[in-house]
Ligand binder design. Sequence first.
Ligand code: AMP
Length: 190
Amino acid sequence: MRLLIMGPPGVGKGTQAKGIAEHYGVPAISTGDIFRANVKNKTPLGLEVARIMEEGGYVPDEITDSIVNDRLAAPDAAGGWLLDGYPRTPGQVASLDAELARTGTAIDAVISLVADQAPLIERLLKRAQIEGRADDNAETIARRMEVYNEATDPLLATYRERGLLVEVDGIGGIEEVAARITAALDARLA
Ligand code: AMP
């Protein structure tokens, strides 16, 4: 099972990714988590990307693509994966396509979590208070939404054209949304 999960900041991609990945027995691979771990541990990569993340921008494709390709080559990803937060740009889509072609594999489905952005901004502001993420403040949240709308939202059309998009209402309780996702995927992949 090879899946992508996409959606605007704050829609709950990370939470859903973990549950769905567990359900299908594949690793959830989050580029955001990988970058945050590097920032926390002050690795050379972390030092390079910290400022970009704090400002709500995107890490350059070359860096992101090579991190993902390395991670996809790990033994636990041989049987499948769920990518959370990647690809986010047309260049990353092309890089992932090339990597899939190189390894003779293909994406089974792209989960699109759909929600209006106003309630998501509120949700992110609340998360900022609870988790204290460096990129959760009003200014960065607005920037992340803007970058998402400009660079990433158009990618949904690409995957729709390929017949891979599975759209799911992202508003609701964690279990409720998780059930919607698995039902939609099971119906599609049956
Ligand atoms: P996330 O946890 O997925 O919201 O990611 C947090 C931050 O990490 C983003 O705002 C970006 O700065 C960076 N990031 C995560 N994934 C990517 C990606 N695929 N391309 C570029 N930057 C990314």
